[in-house]
Ligand binder design. Sequence first.
Ligand SMILES: NC(=O)C1=CN([C@@H]2O[C@H](COP(=O)(O)OP(=O)(O)OC[C@H]3O[C@@H](n4cnc5c(N)ncnc54)[C@H](O)[C@@H]3O)[C@@H](O)[C@H]2O)[C@H](O)CC1
Ligand SMILES: [K+]
Length: 503
Amino acid sequence: MIKIFATEKVKDIDKYTILNMPIAPIDLVEEAVTAFVNEFRNHYSKMHRIVVFAGQGNNGADALGIARQLLDESYKVIVYLFNPTGYLSPECAENKRRLLNIDQVEFTEIRDNFIPPYLSSRDVVIDGLFGSGLNRPLSGGFAGLVKYINSTPAEIVSIDIPSGLFGEDNRENDKDCIIRANKTFTFNFPKLSFLMPENEVYVGEWKVLNINMHPQAVADTPTNYYLVTEEDIACVFQPRKRFTHKGTYGHALLVAGSRGKLGAAQLSAGACLRSGVGMLTVHLPKCGELMMQTALPEAMVDLDAHTDFFTVAPDITPYTTLGVGPGLGQQIETAVALDELMSAVIKPVVLDADALNLIASNKDILNKIPTRSILTPHPKEFDRLAGASNSAYERLQKAREFAKEHRLCVVLKDAYTAICTSEGNVYYSVCGNPGMATAGSGDVLTGIILGLLAQGYEPETAAVAGVFLHGTAGDLAAAQWSERGMIAGDLIDSLGKAFKQVI
Ligand SMILES: NC(=O)C1=CN([C@@H]2O[C@H](COP(=O)(O)OP(=O)(O)OC[C@H]3O[C@@H](n4cnc5c(N)ncnc54)[C@H](O)[C@@H]3O)[C@@H](O)[C@H]2O)[C@H](O)CC1
Ligand SMILES: [K+]
């Protein structure tokens, strides 16, 4: 897991590193500078003019160091240091001194009046005005400067964080006074705000650059937010032992499908079967029998009394666990049957799609869902459950609260899916791609998670691993069929390869 720290925590980790590594602050800055330049070089040639904007703190110190190293590599660089209060951090002052040691450096320090340079589309701006030390929205001269930079056609690369953006909560921020970077190279830890869709316009493409932090400080500093890596998932899976049989790997029940939406049941069932589950039974309305038995001979079918939709809660005793929702429809009889089903279950289940919509309009059911059950809403479904949000950040906080209050695991689906546990932790998966924004993709995820849960993985583990495998399958599918050309069924076809890649 990569920890996602609040920006004030990063400061503590810095301090601990400086004291205990030990390393001089200026050398830590130099490590950040070198990491940035190593990455920058891969993207921008010496054909570009580099225009560096530095602030008074250590983001500015980084910027001045980057200017020096780029000049050393004979890039064409011009530098503006904004110092309205006449105070520079010690590292910023030292990097200014080091920079001015270079002959004929084009350097301007601005105290009050500033005539902005003309910036063309061939220029690359390096934004080092503010980083993790931002403590209020930008205003005055800095706001004007940011607006000017944003108005030019120049490419913008931000150091650590786009200037003006907070690392976490930007609800009260002035959205016009934040750098709109094309790329952001951030140090050591992704910032939570980078994972929110509303901040994509500021952050652009982002990459984490590693600089040496004291491992003890990283291990000991608490956080509720984590980024999941392939290694985390690889160690989740147990080898399948030789003397095992289908009963060893669980019997999942999937309650899904209604007339016109039987495909959702089929996709979910197909994904479940490819997740390693021992057996799968699909509870379907009568109209789905032929389709399911033909399309997925591996699945067993349990028919509802109704021809077109779910009306009677099945006996759940034969099953290890169940998943409910894909393509279910929202008939009143279905709501009643769902209520009955939730009254009968005691072990964690997976709930998705119309099951969530029905719960949103019949809130009593919420209290009947077994604790640690997994809910997989997309943002609109979550809003129906918990009320509308004005930003993804607000929705995330609501999802955390919701998960804690109801003792559930909420998988908030988005470009970066957040898995919120009942303990208040959030696990992010950053694999996957926009090709997965296609009908049926969510049904596939439900099937994978159901299959893992039925095999006995802890609900939170099943959710995190399921999301990661789903994203990996999406990336493999995009590589084969392209983001545009891929469909949800391709995710199922790629699941085997995803397992091979991850484990
Ligand atoms: N481990 C690491 O991640 C490292 C990061 N480094 C870089 O250091 C910056 C953080 O530096 P810091 O000096 O703490 O803060 P800033 O440069 O972001 O801010 C400086 C200064 O600005 C004042 N301020 C805050 N908000 C405003 C505002 N709205 N208007 C005016 N002035 C404001 C505040 O008082 C601060 O003092 C980090 O981002 C990295 O780039 C290091 O290189 C080493 C390791
Ligand atoms: K910055």
